[in-house]
Design a protein around this ligand. Structure first.
Ligand code: ARG
Length: 420
């Protein structure tokens, strides 16, 4: 690797990225600029500038990416319906390409020749950061200290010692028990006692949802309005994207909504246990699904479920800036044109209960669905339909009666058909 002069570091202010500043200076003899993306982590942002500069950074840059996160990442994902392995609403995975994109932009603006991140060599985030660097500016050098042969800090204690030796404040970082990642969409918790998947998560894990037992005893009904798949109003009040997300998060927090405890397959081959809190996001997903149930025809809806699986994989694998994701967005956007309408939801002790949905584009017609007399649906037609639709089943069963098939349903014994 060519010697680097100026590095832009994705800085969270945690212990790991704090010690990376003096470490880069010591081992690469370079200038370090710390960049922090505000994606809604709130109080975690307090005092970061001072800390970064104390740690040796020549400059600290705070980027407010909240609006872009909600508009260009969260809303497209809601439209897609992506869920990883049936449970994870992808909060960390989704924020990485945005953070890395703006880190690269900062590197370009500052005339830096390298970018760096504090992800360990065992997780998904390193992949997501570096795939984005490659997609956006493949010319920048990448320094991943945790994978660097010169990196010899192996434990939290060693990291604290290193920090203290370099004058970095570590006060609150000492009692950290889990690895967390918080943004406007979610909070993830991994590590520590969570590493035993047989054990329930301790109460201390939860911070953006209350336990359902402590949620109000009365249900709260809300109404969400969507316009072409985009959430636009809450309880009749139009809200801009960031406020809407925050309000939904407050509601979800209060009613203990959106907790997921799962064992997931990381991209790097490891299975890991994670606990996720996605309060507002869980409400949004539930509401959006109801509009789609009204306005999408069966084929589009079913095909979209397949697309959602791929979309989730692309996000999880760090392939946001890929040709396939953009192409799938084309399909998804088309399906959302008529996803306009309102959904009523009851929030109650960890549950999101649907209380009604309506859309001007609804394909649901009470007069067709009921058994009334009409000229769109003739019950006699169903008989012919069932005959054609069931013909393959009938043929197989008849062969069985004639002794050609096997006794087991579905399993054909093809040897019977062989000629000798
Ligand atoms: N396992 C989740 C994912 O891969 C969460 C990762 C959280 N990252 C973190 N640095 N704590 O998306």
């Amino acid at each position: 690797m060519q010697p680097v002069k100026k590095v832009v570091l994705a800085y969270s202010g945690g212990l790991d990225t704090s010690i990376i500043i003096p470490w880069l200076i010591e081992h690469y003899r370079c200038e370090v600029i710390a960049v922090t993306a505000d994606v809604g982590q709130e109080d975690e942002l307090d005092g970061l500038e001072e800390k970064a500069l104390k740690s040796g950074a020549s400059k600290f840059i705070l980027q407010d990416l909240k609006k872009e996160f909600v508009t260009d990442y969260i809303f497209p994902m809601v439209k897609s319906g992506a869920v990883y392995e049936g449970k994870y609403l992808l909060g960390s995975a989704l924020a990485r390409p945005l953070i890395a994109l703006h880190q690269v932009k900062a590197a370009e603006a500052e005339g830096a020749d390298a970018v760096s991140h504090g992800c360990t060599g065992k997780g998904n985030d390193q992949v997501r950061f570096e795939l984005t660097y490659k997609a956006v500016n493949p010319k920048l050098a990448v320094i991943a200290p945790w994978r660097d042969p010169k990196w010899n800090i192996r434990s939290r204690e060693e990291a604290i010692d290193y920090a203290q030796a370099h004058g970095i404040p570590v006060a609150q970082t000492k009692k950290k028990i889990f690895s967390n990642d918080t943004n406007l969409w979610h909070r993830s918790s991994e590590g520590g006692v969570l590493e035993d998947p047989a054990q329930a998560p301790p109460d201390a894990v939860f911070s953006i949802t209350v336990p359902p037992e402590k949620a109000p005893d009365r249900a709260e009904t809300i109404e969400l309005k969507f316009e072409s798949g985009v959430p636009a109003a809450l309880n009749g009040e139009r809200l801009e994207p960031v406020s809407l997300m925050s309000r939904l998060n407050q509601l979800g927090y209060k009613h203990g909504i959106g907790v997921v405890d799962m064992v997931e397959n990381r991209l790097v081959g490891i299975k890991s246990r994670g606990v996720y809190e996605t309060p507002g996001g869980t409400i949004l997903y539930a509401a959006h699904r109801e509009i789609e149930s009204l306005v999408l025809d069966s084929r589009t809806l079913h095909y979209k479920e397949i697309v959602a699986l791929t979309y989730a994989e692309l996000i999880y694998y760090g392939l946001w800036f890929s040709q396939l994701r953009v192409a799938l967005d084309g399909f998804i956007e088309k399906t959302q044109e008529r996803c306009t309408g309102t959904v009523k939801l009851k929030l109650y002790k960890g549950n999101v209960i649907v209380d009604g949905r309506q859309s001007p584009y609804s394909l649901y017609r009470e007069d067709f669905a009921t058994f009334g007399k009409d000229d769109v649906y003739d019950q006699k037609d169903a008989g012919g339909f069932i005959n054609c639709f069931g013909l393959p089943l009938k043929v197989q069963a008849m062969l069985k009666i004639d002794g050609i098939g096997t006794h087991k349903y579905q399993e054909m014994d093809y040897s019977k058909f062989k000629r000798d």
